[in-house]
Design a protein around this ligand. Structure first.
Ligand code: APR
Length: 231
């Protein structure tokens, strides 16, 4: 059954690692997930960065290289197309890989940050795109720059979380794609959408603990489900 987008004023596509997995970017916990291969305590927490910044930056450069070798798929393009023809479309994503922007989406809220940005504790955030970082240290104060992504043990950026919560809380159609639904605050998003009376759809080949909250579940990969979801 096709969905008529014009019946909904505000539409949120909420995406997780499964959305990017279909492009070849590894998931976190699933089969082939990166935390089976790499120990996050060595590569993805502030302590690791404080111990050996260069090692952590090099690991992120490896991930950037891998991400750049992947391409957005038909599901990403379907979302970007929908944004062009509907003024109330937003993407809220847990992914840090910028794949939505590469497919043309503009209204993207990145709750776990972006691997394409670096952060100096004193001089703020700068965009840095490419396989290798242009610089590892801040030009102004020479401090190590850290990837602007949420690592284990990090606080989320409050402003971004507030924006995501408000956007989802105002949605009438909430479509969750490729997330296992276990990591908060994202795990609470379908309930927030439901509380606003949104119609909730899950796109995921596998069921999970949150699946029963959805009005409709589509057990298919995002790349085949999304292009034919709308009228
Ligand atoms: N289409 C849709 N869903 C898919 C596809 C696909 N082609 N392939 C896999 N999936 C689903 C899996 O069934 C699984 O439910 O994607 C989900 C991926 O789950 P996780 O790896 O747990 O990813 P996510 O929910 O995004 O994890 C949240 O945890 O480690 C942190 O910061 C990291 O953003 C990440 C967060």
């Amino acid at each position: 059954m096709k969905v008529k987008a014009d019946d909904y004023r505000n539409i949120v596509f909420f995406t997780g690692a499964g959305m990017s997995a279909e492009s070849g970017v590894p998931t976190y916990r699933g089969r082939g997930g990166i935390w089976h291969q790499y120990n996050w305590e060595e590569y993805a927490c502030q302590d690791a960065f404080d111990r050996d910044s260069e090692k952590v930056l090099k690991f992120h450069e490896l991930r950037r290289k891998l991400i750049l070798s992947c391409q957005p798929h038909a599901g990403h393009f379907a979302i970007a197309e929908m944004e062009k023809r509907h003024p109330g479309v937003f993407v809220v994503t847990q992914n840090i890989d910028g794949m939505h922007q590469r497919s043309g989406s503009k209204r993207v809220i990145e709750v776990h940050g972006s691997i394409w940005r670096l952060r100096c504790p004193r001089h703020g955030i700068s965009e840095d795109i490419g396989e290798n970082y242009r610089r590892h240290r801040c030009e102004q104060c020479n401090t190590w720059l850290r990837p602007d992504v949420t690592w284990f043990g990090d606080m989320l950026n409050h402003d971004v979380v507030d924006e995501a919560t408000a956007t989802i809380g105002g949605s009438n159609l909430f479509i969750s794609i490729g997330t296992s639904g276990v990591v908060y605050p994202a795990a609470g998003y379908p309930q927030i959408a439901k509380n606003n009376g949104a119609y909730c759809i899950e796109v995921n080949p596998e069921p999970n603990e949150m699946s029963n909250l959805y009005d409709r579940t589509i057990r298919e990969p995002a790349g085949s489900a999304l292009p034919c979801l709308f009228l």
